[in-house]
Write a protein of this length. Structure first.
Length: 430
C-alpha cells in the first residue's frame, strides 16, 4: 500500500517553490542544523538522507561509480538473456514515446547497477555528466538517496524530486522507480526508472513506471509458463511409460501416447481409468506412490502423483505410471504408500465377489494360515497378495510358488529344505 509520502503530487504552481524549500532543508541537514520545515522533506526522503549520511556517502559526489565494464555488462546480460529480451523490448516501446524529450528510461539490477538504458537526445548530456550510464552503480551505498537505490532498499516504488537527492550532482533531475520482481518467487530482479530534467514537472511518471513494471512482470510470468509448458510437453512425450496430467479436480487434461493406448481419455476422471484409493479431494493423493490397476487392460502399475506447480501455485498434478514388475525389480518396494487400498485394486462388482473380498480383508488381520481354493485363473494369487499386503507381515517378502509346476517328490524339500547329501548320499566331508 502506497502512502502519500511515497506517491507525492506537486502542482505546476507550487513545484518550484517546493523544490526551493526542500533545497533549504537539504542544506541544513548537510550542515547538521535543524530543519526548519518538518513537513519537508517527506519522511521516506529524510530517512534515506540519514542512511546516506551514516554510510558516509559524499554529498558532493561528482558522479556515480562505474561498477561494471563493457565485458562484465555483456556477461551479466547474457546470464539473464531471457529477462533482458523482455526488458529491452519494453524500454524500446517506452523510448519511442519520448525519444526527442528530456527523459531517460533504465533498468537496474537488484544491486542498483544500470544494465539497460534509453535516453532522449536532450537528456544525454545530463546522463553522461553524472554517470547515469550502463555499468554505473546507483544503490544508496553508492549515490545516497535516489529513486533506484531507495526503491530497492524499501522494496516500494518511489518518486524523488531534484533537491530530494542526497548528492548534489542529481539535483538537476527527477526520477521515478518501480520494483520488478520474479512473479513466482517474489525475488527482486531490479528497478525500472523513468528520469526527467528537473524543469519537467513529473506529474504522472511514477504511475507510468509502476504500470510498465507490472507489464514486464506479467511478460516474465507468461514467458516462464510458456517455457515450463514447452519443457513439460517435451518430457511428457519422450516418456515411454503412461503419463497423465490432471486438473485439481482429478479430470484428465493431457495424456501421452502410452496412456492413450490404455484407453485413457482427456476429460475423464483419472479414477475412471485406474483404480485408486478413495479420496475426498484429489490433492490428497499428491506426493505419494500407489499400486493401481488399469480398468481396461487390468495391467498392474505403480503410479507416482506429484503436484504441478507454476511458481507457488499448484495448478494440477502429473501421474507417472510404471509397470509393477519393472518397479519392484528396481528395488522400490519401500517407496509404496502403506494403505489398505490393496483390496480396492481387485476389480469385481458381483455381491458374491465383494463378499469374498470383505472376508479376505477381515482375515488379513489374523496371524493364522489362510487357505484359498479355486479354479486356475480365478485370482487366488491376487487375493493372497492383497491379504499379505494388509497383514502384520506386509514388510516381509511375499513369495508366490506355483505348486502345480513342482513334482510332488520335490515339493517338501523345496519348501522346507533338506539335509546335506540327501539326494546323492555323498557329503562334502567325505
Amino acid at each position: 500500500m502506497l502512502k502519500e509520502d511515497d506517491f507525492p503530487f506537486l502542482s505546476a504552481r507550487s513545484y518550484e517553490s517546493t523544490l526551493n524549500k526542500i533545497e533549504s532543508a537539504w542544506e541544513n541537514f548537510i550542515a547538521g542544523e535543524i530543519i526548519p520545515d518538518f513537513n519537508l522533506p517527506r519522511n521516506p526522503i529524510l530517512e534515506s538522507w540519514k542512511r546516506s549520511k551514516e554510510m558516509g556517502v559524499p554529498y558532493n559526489l561528482k558522479c556515480a561509480p562505474l561498477k561494471l565494464n563493457e565485458h562484465d555488462i555483456m556477461v551479466e546480460r547474457e546470464r539473464q538473456h531471457n529477462l533482458f529480451m523482455i526488458i529491452d523490448s519494453y524500454l524500446d516501446s517506452i523510448f519511442k514515446i519520448f525519444h526527442d524529450e528530456n527523459m531517460a528510461v533504465s533498468f537496474s539490477n537488484e544491486k542498483g547497477i544500470i544494465l539497460s538504458i534509453r535516453a532522449g537526445k536532450s537528456m544525454l548530456g545530463n546522463c553522461h555528466g553524472i554517470n547515469y550510464l550502463l555499468g554505473a552503480g546507483w544503490s544508496e551505498n553508492d549515490c545516497g538517496t535516489n529513486s533506484i537505490g531507495t526503491s530497492l532498499y524499501t522494496g516500494k516504488p518511489i518518486q524523488i524530486y531534484a533537491t530530494e537527492h542526497y548528492c548534489k550532482m542529481a539535483h538537476s533531475i527527477n526520477c521515478s522507480s518501480a520494483i520488478i520482481k520474479e512473479p513466482s518467487s517474489e525475488i527482486v530482479l531490479g528497478a525500472l526508472t523513468i528520469t526527467t530534467h528537473k524543469n519537467i514537472v513529473p506529474a504522472h511518471t511514477l504511475n507510468w513506471a509502476i504500470s510498465e513494471a507490472q507489464k514486464i512482470e506479467n511478460a516474465i510470468e507468461y514467458h516462464l509458463q510458456e517455457e515450463s509448458t514447452s519443457l513439460m510437453n517435451c518430457l511428457f512425450e519422450m516418456n515411454e511409460q503412461p503419463c497423465i496430467i490432471c486438473k485439481l479436480d482429478g479430470k484428465i487434461s493431457k495424456i501421452n501416447k502410452s496412456a492413450q493406448m490404455l484407453g485413457v481419455k482427456v476429460g475423464d476422471r483419472i479414477e475412471n481409468s485406474f483404480v485408486f484409493p478413495k479420496y475426498s479431494r484429489f490433492d490428497e493423493l499428491f506426493d505419494n506412490t500407489y499400486k493401481t490397476i488399469c480398468c481396461k487392460t487390468e495391467q498392474r502399475y505403480i503410479v507416482t502423483i506429484i503436484p504441478w506447480r507454476i511458481g507457488n501455485n499448484i495448478i494440477g498434478a502429473i501421474a507417472y505410471f510404471q509397470k509393477e514388475s519393472l518397479f519392484l525389480n528396481q528395488g522400490n518396494s519401500a517407496k509404496l504408500t502403506s494403505d489398505r487400498s490393496e483390496f480396492k485394486c481387485i476389480i469385481g462388482k458381483s455381491p458374491a465377489f465383494r463378499q469374498v473380498i470383505d472376508l479376505a480383508d477381515k482375515f488379513s488381520d489374523s496371524d493364522m494360515p489362510i487357505l484359498i481354493t479355486g479354479e486356475t485363473g480365478t485370482g487366488k494369487e491376487v487375493l493372497a497378495r492383497a491379504i499379505h499386503n494388509n497383514s502384520c507381515r506386509k514388510e516381509k517378502i511375499f513369495l508366490p510358488v506355483n505348486c502345480g509346476a513342482i513334482p510332488k517328490e520335490l515339493i517338501s524339500s523345496e519348501l522346507f529344505g533338506y539335509v546335506e547329501g540327501a539326494f546323492t548320499g555323498t557329503k562334502k566331508g567325505g
